[in-house]
Design a protein around this ligand. Structure first.
Ligand code: SF4
Length: 292
């Protein structure tokens, strides 16, 4: 396999994702989220096209059974600004549709709306990533992304167009975005999101440096919690379990109130999950039988 890979986040013990493949139409990502976990890829924040991406996808698809789950994208965003011009993601979707794949889109890029016509004709769901609705915080956390309001509008448009839609409310930062939990869940559920997947911020060497630069006072308060009282799992520093549980319980409770499903991502807290999948792939209405 060349550009479609089995999804395997660092062979992590905490991952609860269903078996799936991952396809990143672009290499790298220009959204520059300070918490990004994919920055081990060289020149990551300088996104670039993949040569002959459509032919390579086509070739890889010969080796995968129809109805396989393919996630776009896990290490980059399929709807980067450059995709408006190049449309590589749209071209990949056309081939995935021909091969009757099930597709889960994960994005912060609102021009996914352009591809609603194709998504409607295939087994697909979209999870819109939202980690704050406050512009001043978004500017620090995810400087080059569309606003929270634009992403809420996207959730609403997708729901109105009958594209199953969930939200990645992820990651949640104690003392920065934690207080937004009730507002985010209320807003996205009222716009038509059917599922939320959340996790707390896990610090890695470079993401912690970026966080510290953006929020020096909060970083000082959290440092001991992450690096002394918390735990290192799969190369990430986690907050103490009880603290993570308390934060994510708040999201779970709000989801219950608004009657949408909830799951955690790489937290080791399965008791909080109320859905068949963590990543939102259960939202996809399968028209095709899986051959494996
Ligand atoms: S959108 Fe995802 S891949 Fe892109 S910088 Fe942000 S966290 Fe990293």
């Amino acid at each position: 396999m060349d550009v479609i890979r089995e999804f395997d986040p660092w062979d992590g013990e905490m991952c609860t994702c269903p078996d799936k493949y991952s396809l990143n139409p672009y290499t790298g990502c220009g959204h520059r989220c300070i918490y990004c976990y994919a920055t081990y890829i060289p020149n990551f924040f300088e996104p670039r096209r993949k040569k002959d991406i459509v032919d390579r996808v086509e070739k890889d698809l010969q080796k995968i059974p129809k109805g396989s789950l393919i996630s776009l994208s896990n290490s980059s965003d399929p709807y980067l600004p450059m995709d408006k011009e190049h449309k590589d993601t749209r071209e990949c979707l056309k081939v995935l549709k021909e091969h009757e794949m099930r597709v889960l889109i994960v994005t912060k890029g609102v021009h996914v709306e352009r591809d609603i016509d194709i998504l409607k004709e295939m087994d697909a769901a979209v999870t819109v990533s939202i980690c704050t609705l406050k512009e001043e915080i978004k500017e620090k956390l995810e400087p080059n992304t569309p606003s929270g309001q634009e992403r809420l509008d996207l959730v609403e448009t997708l729901a109105e167009e009958d594209i199953p839609v969930g939200v990645r409310f992820d990651p949640i930062f104690p003392k920065v975005t934690e207080e937004e939990i009730p507002t985010v869940v209320e807003e996205v559920s009222e716009r038509g999101a059917e599922h939320i997947v959340s996790s707390t911020f896990k610090a890695r060497g470079d993401s912690w440096k970026r966080f510290k630069l953006a929020f020096p006072d909060v970083a000082k308060e959290l440092e001991e919690l992450y690096f002394e009282e918390g735990k290192k799992i799969d190369n990430s520093y986690y907050l103490p379990r009880e603290m993570r549980m308390n934060i994510l319980k708040k999201v779970a409770k709000e989801c219950e109130e608004y009657e949408i499903s909830f799951a955690t991502c790489r937290e080791g807290l399965p008791a909080l999950t109320t859905s068949k999948s963590c990543d939102g792939s259960h939202l996809i209405n399968s028209k095709y039988s899986i051959e494996r």
